[in-house]
Design a protein around this ligand. Sequence first.
Ligand SMILES: [Zn+2]
Length: 130
Amino acid sequence: MHELSLAHSLVEIVCEALPRVDGGKVREVRLNLGALAGVVADSLEFCYDIVTRDTPLEGSRLVIRTVPVAIHCPACDRTFELPGVQHFRCSACGTPSADIRQGREIEVESIEVESSESEVAEDVAEEDRP
Ligand SMILES: [Zn+2]
């Protein structure tokens, strides 16, 4: 199942990106998903909940943003986003184009981690005591 292996990869990517701080838990992962990536967002969310168990990502939220397909029209020399994935032609002049510039990506946009900054601040405050 494609979504399951993708969810596993996501966990790996996020864990590698996590700063090595004690108790650093992931709160939210934002993913850009191209309309042509061949991934079903609902399935990915379902798999995400399963594979994140017993990892720093457990209980975090997966926010998926669908990236529309963009093609380049050689006649207009213009790149533009398509409203759907049915017709690959220029919206201005109607020239068919298979020059896809956007819409296949699967990329982690951002990772929100429970900050340990508040703990650091507390420690500093305690040292300030007379
Ligand atoms: Zn055109």
